[in-house]
Design a protein around this ligand. Structure first.
Ligand SMILES: [Zn+2]
Ligand SMILES: [Zn+2]
Length: 133
């Protein structure tokens, strides 16, 4: 295949490949392989290399600052929550939906930092999906 033919082929199927790639990235299999890779030593190193690039580092700093200013209530709620946990005012509980342990603390309302729902990873995700957040 010549270069221009190659290019024509690419252009013709570009949308198809894009849609295919996007659909694949939504599958559980892809997410699982991605998760495994991220946890592997190689994935860790790749991420570290990427993040230590000056332009990436700068962008991350800006994004984080931006995220922080948009999530002030959330951050404060988490701080209050963890203080209460450390003080023993709150105790870790298994997932209240399916009983799985460990569960994580989900804040339904950030205005009530002490009021959390203990949900396991998958119930937590399902909850956010059903809520559309
Ligand atoms: Zn659960
Ligand atoms: Zn949550």
């Amino acid at each position: 295949m010549s270069k221009s033919e190659d290019n024509a082929h690419y252009l013709k199927y570009r949308d198809y490949y894009r849609a295919y790639g996007a659909a694949y990235r939504k599958t559980a299999a892809f997410k699982e392989s991605q998760r495994k890779y991220n946890q592997s030593a190689k994935g860790w190193q790749t991420r570290l290399n990427y993040q230590s690039r000056p332009e990436v580092n700068e962008r991350r700093k800006v994004e984080f600052k931006d995220w922080r200013s948009r999530n002030k209530v959330k951050i404060v709620a988490h701080r209050i929550f963890w203080k209460a946990m450390k003080a023993g005012l709150l105790t870790k509980e298994p997932c209240f939906s399916c009983g799985h342990d460990p569960a994580l603390a989900h804040h339904e309302h950030y205005s009530f930092p002490h009021r959390v729902w203990w949900l396991c990873d998958s119930c937590h995700q399902r909850h956010h999906v059903s809520r559309g957040t």
